[in-house]
Each structure stands twice: as C-alpha cells, then as structure tokens.
Ligand binder design. Structure first.
Ligand SMILES: C[S@@+](CC[C@H](N)C(=O)[O-])C[C@H]1O[C@@H](n2cnc3c(N)ncnc32)[C@H](O)[C@@H]1O
Length: 283
C-alpha cells in the first residue's frame, strides 16, 4: 500500500524526501467507514494534504485522515490529532476478530495494533472465571473475552467518560451484556468496593499500572493470576516490573510465581511495552 501511495506522490514530493514517508499508518474502522492516523515527518509537512489525499485515494473506505500532533498524555492516555483531509466526523465502528467496537479516536484511547496482544490474552482465559479488567478503555479486552466464553463474568473499570460510554454501547453491540459489567470511575475508588474476588486481573496501563498493584492484589482469589503491563527498559526488560510485583505481594502475604514474560511491542530503541503474568498464592 505504501508503494501505491509513493507512486501517486512521485511527481509532488521530491525523490530525496519521499523515502521519509512512514512505513506504517493505522486504519481504524470497517469496510464502510474508516479513519487513517498518520505521523508526518517534519520535512514532509508541506505535503501533508497531498499525502492524506493519496491515502484516501488508495483506501476508498477512509473518510478522514488524522495527523498525530502529540505523544500520548494524561490519565486518559490520549494524544492530539489534526484533521488533514476528509470528514470532521471521525467516529467509526472498528472490526476486530468477530467483534465490533464503536469509537472516536479523537476522544478515547484505542490501538488496532494491540489486536494480536488481545488474541494472546483471550487464549489464557478459561470458562467459568471471574475477571477484572482495570483501565478498560472502550472495552475491547472484556468484549473479546466475553465473546469467546459463554459462562464467565468480566468486570471492567474505566475513568474516561467517553470511553466508558462507548464501552457500554459496545457491550450491547456485541451482545455480551449478560457477562460484562462496565463501571465508570477511578480504579482507586471503584475496585476496593467491588466486594468480590477474581480469578484473573488484567492491568493494561503500561504507564503506571504498578501504582495500582496494592489495589489489585487483595482482590485476587488464592492462586489467581495478574496480567501486569509495564514499560520495560533494557538491558533487563522484566526486572523492575517483577520487583514491583514482589514488593506489593509481600504486603498482602502473597507469594508470586512468574508464569510468563512477554515483549508486547517496542516503544523506543531501549524501551518495550511488556506483560508479566504472575500466579499469586497466599503464604
Ligand atoms: C492504555 S489505555 C488501555 C485501554 C484499553 N484497555 C485498551 O486496550 O484499548 C488505558 C485506559 O485506562 C484509563 N485509565 C487511566 N487511569 C485510570 C484509573 N485510575 N482508573 C480507571 N481507568 C483509568 C484511561 O482512560 C485509558 O482509557
């Protein structure tokens, strides 16, 4: 696809600059309506509208092209976007596996690139479990799990009201309302009042999930599992995260055994998004 875009632009962008076109851009949505999200390198800023229009020409379902304008920031893990071409209305229904997720990337966190990580998570779940997904966003993880298993319960907690509202809509869109409960609020306020314990707790907030370990660990049943996300730094990607889990577990008289270490995706040359899966037992 990038090759097609480059050939459309070969008479517009000078040859020494065209190679700077990013190797990938994200497309969120469906065959009917999608939004493309692209990072324009500085030397190509003068050609950004041409690039956006080329993307729309190649992908006929792309109705809007958004440029990334900032890094992800704040509690909601959002970034700024600028509309380069197309429609102001950037709400789409994204298709992933056999699920549909309604969302507006300008209002909520969502990454289509995390599909394969969601595939991996779903495979770890078993029928009958009680699961807590902290930081649920628009609920892609609870819904992917609930779609595959008919006899389990997933509770999801989300702070961003836009994401929570999309989450509730997505639960009904995917017909999993009998097994997914959505709660709006801060994990710190909501979770200690849940009055139940879980077989599995998922903590998909690499920037700062460790701050919530003291809340997660007491909510785990004996021999429950935590899927903990963290920014791992080279040379030892997992050491810091494992240490944080061990310290928190000790406070609650739990012993933890690491059952899996996963490099999820590379964030920068020496930093990776990682997942550490631990089994926690009462001492
Ligand atoms: C990295 S995003 C992941 C979203 C979702 N799990 C996904 O896979 O698309 C983290 C989410 O956690 C939410 N969040 C951040 N701090 C929170 C808190 N203290 N309590 C509840 N949700 C929080 C953000 O609004 C954001 O939607």
């Amino acid at each position: 696809m990038l090759q097609n875009i480059k050939s459309l632009l070969k008479d517009i962008i000078p040859e020494d600059k065209i190679g700077l076109l990013r190797h990938s851009y994200d497309i969120i949505g469906s065959k009917q309506k999608s939004v493309a999200i692209i990072e324009i390198p500085e030397p190509l800023k003068n050609y950004e509208t041409d690039i956006a229009e080329a993307i729309m020409q190649i992908h006929k379902n792309v109705v809007s092209v958004l440029a990334k304008e900032s890094k992800r920031d704040g509690d909601f893990r959002m970034r700024d976007f600028r509309l380069l071409a197309g429609d102001e209305d950037t709400e789409v229904i994204h298709k992933e596996a056999d699920c549909s997720f309604r969302l507006d990337p300008r209002r909520v966190y969502f990454s289509p690139r995390e599909c394969s990580e969601r595939d991996r998570l779903v495979k770890k779940v078993s029928e009958g479990e009680e699961i807590l997904v902290m930081f649920s966003g628009i609920f892609p993880i609870p819904i992917r799990i609930a779609k595959k298993f008919s006899n389990l319960k997933v509770t999801g907690v989300e702070l961003n009201p836009y994401a929570y509202n999309y989450g509730v809509e997505n639960i009904y869109l995917n017909k999993v309302e009998d097994r997914v409960e959505a709660i709006l609020g801060d994990v710190v306020d909501v979770c200690p009042n849940l009055r139940k314990q879980f077989d599995r707790i998922i903590m998909p907030l690499p920037k700062g999930a460790y701050r919530f370990l003291d809340i997660a660990i007491p909510l785990l049943k004996d021999s429950g599992i935590i899927h903990f996300y963290h920014w791992g730094r080279e040379p030892d990607l997992f050491a810091e995260g494992e240490n944080l889990i061990a310290i928190a577990s000790k406070k609650f008289q739990k012993s933890v055994e690491v059952i899996e270490r996963t490099r999820v995706s590379q964030y920068s040359p020496r930093v990776w998004k990682i997942r550490i899966d631990v089994l926690a037992k009462s001492l």
